[in-house]
Design a protein around this ligand. Structure first.
Ligand SMILES: [Zn+2]
Length: 94
């Protein structure tokens, strides 16, 4: 698992002149592959978390809600839901 320091160093990779200073400590080709695998794992996790929370409907019943925008699953996400935006971005074709 990569820690926050490794991800922060990778995010400013072009500003690091010596890979020995980077918490990733991999050659550039390995870094890209590791970061891509890490991003895909995060994406998979976010998709699994999309409709995992339980909230209460206006009638007092338990309903499935989004952990970010708190909307009920049957209503879909609010337009500004960050979790929905991330998950939708994963489905877009390049
Ligand atoms: Zn949402």
């Amino acid at each position: 698992m990569l820690n926050r320091k490794a991800l922060e160093d990778a995010a400013r990779c072009n500003k690091i002149y010596d890979c020995d200073e980077c918490a990733m400590k991999k050659n550039p080709h390995d870094c890209l592959e590791i970061l891509a695998e890490y991003a895909l794992a995060y994406w998979d996790m976010l998709e699994r978390l999309e409709w995992i929370c339980v909230g209460e409907s206006g009638e007092g019943e338990d309903v499935i809600i989004c952990p970010d925008c708190q909307n009920e699953q049957k209503e879909g996400h609010k337009p500004d839901c960050a979790l929905a935006a991330i998950n939708k971005a994963g489905d877009k074709e390049l």
